[in-house]
Design a protein around this ligand. Structure first.
Ligand code: AMP
Length: 401
């Protein structure tokens, strides 16, 4: 899929509105826990500044539910942008109020204005036309570089695009990169291509699993979702997470894999615990021997070895969803061991955003992966085969990925 690129536009001395995704995690002290998304937006911002643009940046942060809440102010983002760009960042005290409109109007080339949290305004999520129009009125050019929210038809992502023609709107470098990576992955991956799919439930990834099956050579399943498959195969899964209403669907996926010749792998052993608790008594058992009342919270050592073996000869790896409850140290080993192996491989390794990106980040392996998506939900929708509402207006042709 080719997008209208920021490179196609004449930006010289223009006022540019860039929708970024600065929705970053904060720790319990209110500090930025991971600034990857801010750093990922820098090349587009710098490119605009190099073209002598006046730059207006907008993003949401958290869920302030349509009203001003200082807990979600963009102030920490302003500070981090200042550090990264090494220049003053002007912060508006509102989004489309008097202050923002005046500051946007008065903005000079090379200056950067950051609007307050877009979700202080209820019109953002509602994709309100008037709100989108006001945002659009601030600039001559619109750039979408917010991959992480491009699966949402929100005002700053979708509504705003109706107020710019094709010569005045485009995708930033980050958005282009994300679309390119997932496009190559889904259309012409180097083979063998393996998808590692984990996370809590089958329901959350059902469409992704179905859409991936005809494209991959192998599929490795982990996390809570594995137990629905194992139950369907007749194993006793104790008190593990299961979606009984999806047992038939799980069977259909396994049949489809067989029909397509996809090598479909499930855990052969798991780490079980008496309860869902970081301190609970735990042990490794084969999937044949899960006792009643115990729950599987991670893949076991034999599964790690098996999955390593499977990964030995692959050329492309797509990983979406942890292999266990990685937030608790005791149940993070399976994900961690597999992550190190994937990181060490010579394959092209693509990590879907969200929890998997968080896991890789915690392990300090981010530099070892080929690409880590900045959007969990958005990348999942791409894998499901959907066209993202924020990307659609920027597509050169109407075909999907
Ligand atoms: P998802 O949002 O579906 O990708 O799921 C991510 C979540 O799945 C993480 O918070 C993990 O703690 C959780 N998870 C992974 N494995 C298991 C498991 N065996 N049982 C319960 N939750 C799990």
């Amino acid at each position: 899929m080719e997008l209208f690129s920021i490179k196609d536009l004449d930006l010289t001395e223009k006022k540019v509105f860039i929708r970024c995704d600065f929705n970053i995690p904060m720790d319990e002290y209110g500090n930025i826990a991971d600034d990857r998304r801010i750093r990922a937006a820098i090349s587009t911002i710098r490119y605009c500044l190099d073209q002598d643009c006046a730059v207006i940046l907008a993003s949401h942060l958290g869920r302030p539910e349509g009203k001003c809440d200082l807990k979600y102010s963009m102030k920490p983002i302003q500070k981090r942008l200042h550090t990264l760009l090494k220049q003053e960042i002007i912060l508006a005290s509102d989004v489309i109020g008097e202050d923002a409109l005046k500051k946007a109007h008065d903005l000079n080339p090379h200056e950067v204005l950051l609007l307050e949290n877009l979700r202080y305004e209820s019109g953002e999520i509602k994709n309100d036309k008037e709100f989108a129009k006001k945002l659009a009125s601030m600039a001559e050019i619109y750039i979408n570089d917010a991959f992480g929210v491009s699966h949402r038809a929100h005002a700053s992502v979708e509504g705003i695009t109706h107020y710019f023609d094709k010569e005045h709107q485009a995708a930033g470098f980050l958005l282009q990169k994300e679309i390119k990576f997932f496009g190559t992955l889904m259309k012409k991956p180097s083979r063998p291509f393996v998808a590692i799919v984990g996370g809590s439930k089958v329901s959350g990834k059902l469409e992704a699993l179905m859409n991936l099956l005809p494209r991959v050579d192998k599929m490795l399943i982990g996390g809570g979702m594995a137990f629905t498959f194992l139950k369907k195969l007749g194993y006793n899964i104790g008190a593990s997470l299961v979606e009984d209403e999806l047992l038939e669907e799980a069977g259909r996926i396994m049949d489809e894999a067989k029909k397509l010749g996809v090598k479909f792998y499930l855990p052969v052993d798991v780490i079980i615990a008496e309860r869902f608790d970081a301190e609970a008594v735990s042990k490794a058992v084969t999937v044949q021997e899960i006792p009643d009342g115990w729950m599987g919270l991670d893949i076991g050592p034999a599964t790690v070895r098996l999955y390593r073996e499977v990964l030995n000869n692959v050329q492309t790896v797509l990983w979406n969803g942890p292999m266990g409850v990685y937030e608790m140290e005791r149940f993070a080993r399976g994900s961690s061991k597999l992550a190190h192996y994937v990181a060490d491989s010579y394959a092209t390794t693509v990590v879907g955003g969200g929890d998997t990106a968080d896991l890789i980040q915690r392990l300090g392996l981010d530099d070892e992966m080929t690409f880590i998506s900045t959007g969990g939900g958005a990348s999942l929708e791409l894998i499901e085969g959907k066209t993202l509402p924020g990307v659609k207006p920027l597509m050169k042709t109407k075909e999907g990925l």
